[in-house]
Design a protein around this ligand. Sequence first.
Ligand code: T3D
Length: 256
Amino acid sequence: MSVLLSDLQEGILTLTMNRPEAINALTTEMLRELSKAFGKEAAQPEIRVVVLRGAGRGFCSGQDLREFEGKTLSYKSHLRNYQAVVENIVNLEKPVIAAIHGAAAGAGMSLVLACDLRIAAEDAVFTTGFSKIGLIPDAGMNYHLPRIVGHAKAFELEALSRRIKAEEALAMGLVNQVVLAESFDSAVAQLAAELAQGPTKTFGLIKRALRRSASATLEEMLEYEALLQEVAGRTEDHKEGVQAFYEKRPPNYSGK
Ligand code: T3D
């Protein structure tokens, strides 16, 4: 059985990390598969949205702590694996949803943070985890976490590695939505379907704009927005959106 399951239906690519016996701990093989999936596979034009989730009782427990047991770590190649996954998620010009149930720990939480939307089941638990084993957070956590929850909260979460339950995660803006465990699958499907029927290219441009805003001045952003708006204005979906407005009907976006 593959360590990463991939399922494409109606424009929704669902990637399921599949090592449930270790709460989907990340191995080199899994990271390579994730990198490929968020790279070439997800870039296919028929894919309009990607959902990342875990098999079994949790989302992901982070780096597999048994994989390198007794060996000297090759940090360079190890980090390259993480870097590729995180960059491919962030650079993918389509929405990526993290669907979290159970634990999201260590680099598993870093992956959650790299995604665009986070929907959690009420049993979800988050822990940065790294400091508990004397490591500093990686896989982009130090970039994403302070931008999501603010510097002070990020330090608290990273230094103390407390377990944060879904409702607390919602209160601090760590997740967008918390749903009952029994309606988790249908809520994820509903959110993914809504995005899959949206103006995909616009979503990609929104990702680009927000990413740029992390290091830009207002003047730079105003200029960049004008540039991206020109691109958005040339999409078929923009024409369809305006036409649908004139005709007082819901738009039928093609993602082009
Ligand atoms: O070192 C480097 O390579 C640098 C890069 C680091 C990146 C990182 O991600 S570092 C952080 C690594 N992750 C952790 O430290 C988290 C470790 N796991 C936990 O804290 C807990 O397992 C959880 C909070 C995730 C879940 O707790 P719980 O009580 O629901 O489950 P459990 O009983 O602890 O775990 C269930 C099984 O999964 C268990 O196996 P067993 O005893 O039934 O055979 C456990 O050993 C295994 N497991 C959980 N996490 C990992 C793991 N196996 C390997 N690696 C793991 N990370």
